[in-house]
Design a protein around this ligand. Structure first.
Ligand code: IPE
Ligand code: IPE
Ligand code: MG
Ligand code: MG
Ligand code: MG
Length: 313
């Protein structure tokens, strides 16, 4: 799966010259600086907790969810300052989900973002609490108005509700439960889609829709971006499942080949590699199609959708 930074692909056509590499490095740098300010430096009797939170949060990662939030904000004419706190919050929630996903009672992994998993370094109790800390602090960050320019409080409240729904028992957490209970069972295509939409898709939809809300999106724009986020989120997890089959541990910074070992319900397991890849590409086409009314301002979103399925990490 080669990345095509120009973002040109099926259903695209607008963004033939878009420099995704340049865009990503600028937005990721912004997110990294803001994230470093979002979690306090180790100090006092619970300094081990801050250390553990920072260990996973500031360990790199593609930062796709925060970048998508910023790109959606820009696509509706907003400015980055309106979405940066939310962008940090969603990356904090994503990082908490990874720390818990790696615990021995869940996927039992020892490598994440190219380094030992949180519990391998800090132990299971602190790793669990580091996840709890990131999840809870994320809502303080998302609700904080410090850097938020010209965003009405009602819009901030709407983003908090959407973020909680996406991360919670009917979103990512619910999806993780279906994933764990599904180990060793054959799911139907419909059940597998629901699993992926919840455990992974929900946070992508929230990233895009909340970023757009904060940038001043109207209902029509939100509707289109929800379609985009749903297609992209599902495509992302199909690509993750394919990487688990095809990529090397060194490339993705986490152990590969483990889904089959654990009998996980995945697209390659159900459809095979080729049909899964076709599905991922078809979903990117759907994501691009949802952006037709946005014009050039959505060039980053178009290129990011292509990147999601063609990435090698
Ligand atoms: C991995 O997400 C977990 C899934 C939802 C499949 P990412 O691939 O976005 O992980 P990082 O943030 O880049 O480490
Ligand atoms: C994780 O899915 C989804 C989360 C909510 C964290 P996976 O279990 O496939 O993610 P990786 O492959 O460990 O990153
Ligand atoms: Mg998992
Ligand atoms: Mg896992
Ligand atoms: Mg995976």
């Amino acid at each position: 799966m080669k990345q095509r930074p120009d973002g040109a692909s099926r259903g695209g056509g607008h963004a033939a010259t878009f420099d995704l590499e340049g865009y990503l490095s600028a937005r990721v740098a912004l997110v990294e600086r803001a994230l470093a300010r979002s979690v306090k430096a180790p100090d006092g009797p619970a300094s081990r907790l801050s250390e553990a939170m920072r260990y996973s949060l500031l360990a790199g990662g593609k930062r796709l969810r925060p970048v998508l939030a910023l790109a959606a904000c820009e696509a509706v004419g907003g400015v980055l300052g309106q979405a940066i706190n939310f962008a940090c919050a969603i990356e904090m929630i994503h990082t908490y989900s990874l720390i818990h996903d790696d615990l021995p009672c869940m996927d039992d992994d020892d490598l994440r973002r190219g380094r030992p998993t949180n519990h391998k370094v800090y132990g299971e109790a602190i790793a669990t609490l580091a996840g709890d800390g990131l999840l809870t602090d994320a809502f303080r960050v998302a609700a904080s108005a410090d850097d938020v320019e010209h965003v009405p409080p009602s819009v901030i409240v709407a983003t908090l509700v959407e973020l909680a729904e996406a991360a919670g028992s009917d979103g990512m957490v619910g999806g993780q439960v279906i994933d764990l209970l599904g180990e060793g069972h054959a799911l139907s295509l419909q059940e597998l889609e629901e699993l992926h939409r919840k455990k992974t898709g929900a946070l992508f939809v929230a990233a895009v829709c909340c970023g757009a809300r904060l940038g001043g999106a109207d209902e029509g724009q939100l509707h289109a971006l929800r379609q985009y986020g749903q297609a992209l989120g599902l495509a992302f997890q199909v690509a993750d499942d394919l990487l688990d089959v095809e990529a090397s541990t060194a490339c993705v910074g986490k152990r590969t080949g483990k889904d089959a070992e654990r009998g996980k319900a995945t697209y390659p397991a159900l459809l095979g590699v080729e049909r899964s890849r076709e599905l991922a590409r078809d979903l990117v086409g759907r994501a691009h199609a949802a952006l037709t009314s946005f014009g050039e301002r959505a060039a980053p979103l178009r290129a990011l959708a292509t990147f999601v399925v063609e990435r090698e990490l």
